[in-house]
Design a binder for this molecule. Structure first.
Ligand code: HEC
Ligand code: HEC
Length: 228
């Protein structure tokens, strides 16, 4: 009897603890919004599987998308070889046709989520026409263990934070603010992370809180946390 009560108390405590740890950065930001807590929350989002799965992982030298909360390599031998290549045109993006590769992300991933768990997710919106399901280059990996300082340095590096648009960075903070706030608020792929379809855990917090945190962090100078 005593043992049973003890075991269930330990179980309850550890379930409580792990949900506490997960919710940490988000609830700290909500309780005490500052540029520092905002970036900690942004880091919690960016290292979540809903963001990291598209940004991918390297397996045997190949850059591949990953799936699920445990970030397994995408089934069916999918890799960057099947990626769409987009070009900015007018107010939107158009796909550059790749006749050598008949199968691409869009063969399975459409403008909205599949109706049941295990079906391909999908995303699109009219705020960024044509910016549909595809993956970034390998320089933009978002591994689960990326440190806040590394994430911050990566994003502020103008040479590596886009291959489609000029996003600024340390050298041009005005463009950085405009582009990163736009990307956080309007990008259908970012927005999808809070609307990932049946059977998938959404990214932490809410999309609106993520956009507000991005604004708060950047408007206070986009400071990076200590590398420790
Ligand atoms: C469906 C795939 C997909 C998902 C999901 C996704 N991204 Fe991306 N992300 C991309 C692509 C493609 C690019 C490259 C765009 C470019 O070069 O302009 C990109 C680029 C970025 C960039 C530009 C800078 C860089 O170095 O990474 C940021 C920031 C970013 N994503 C953040 C996020 C966050 C945060 C989430 C989750 C809330 C997320 N992404 C979810 C596909 C995705
Ligand atoms: C032949 C069909 C097919 C192709 C082509 C394909 N996918 Fe998928 N993808 C799927 C299916 C099915 C799932 C759902 C798997 C699941 O949830 O277990 C999926 C899931 C994903 C997920 C997981 C989302 C999450 O967070 O769990 C990502 C990311 C992804 N695909 C990216 C891509 C990218 C990027 C490409 C192109 C380079 C691509 N896929 C090409 C069928 C495909």
């Amino acid at each position: 009897m005593t043992i049973r009560i003890f075991v269930s108390a330990v179980l309850t405590a550890s379930v409580f603890l792990s949900s506490q740890i997960q919710a940490d950065a988000y609830s700290e930001y909500r309780e005490n919004p500052s540029a520092d807590t905002a970036f900690a929350y942004i880091h919690q989002v960016a290292s979540h599987p809903r963001c990291g799965n598209c940004h991918g992982a390297v397996e045997n030298g190949l850059h591949r998308p990953t799936v699920g909360d445990r970030r397994k390599i995408h089934p069916m031998n999918i890799s960057f070889i099947h990626n769409l290549v987009l070009r900015a045109e007018g107010d939107g993006f158009v796909q550059i046709p790749d006749t050598a590769q008949p199968v691409n992300c869009r063969s399975c991933h459409h403008n909205s989520n599949g109706a049941s768990p295990g079906m391909p997710p999908g995303a699109a919106n009219d705020l960024m026409p044509g910016f549909v399901w595809h993956m970034p280059p390998v320089s933009m990996l978002l591994p689960a263990d990326i440190s806040p300082a590394m994430l911050c340095e990566k994003w502020l590096d103008p040479a590596s934070n886009s291959f489609l648009a000029v996003r600024g960075g340390r050298d041009d903070m005005k463009t950085f603010e405009k582009e990163f706030v736009h990307h956080a608020s309007d990008d259908p792929l970012v927005r999808w992370s809070w609307n990932p379809g049946p059977g998938r855990t959404p990214a932490p917090g809410t999309h609106a809180d993520f956009v507000a945190a991005m604004k708060l962090w950047i408007r206070n100078g986009a400071a990076c946390p200590d590398p420790s």
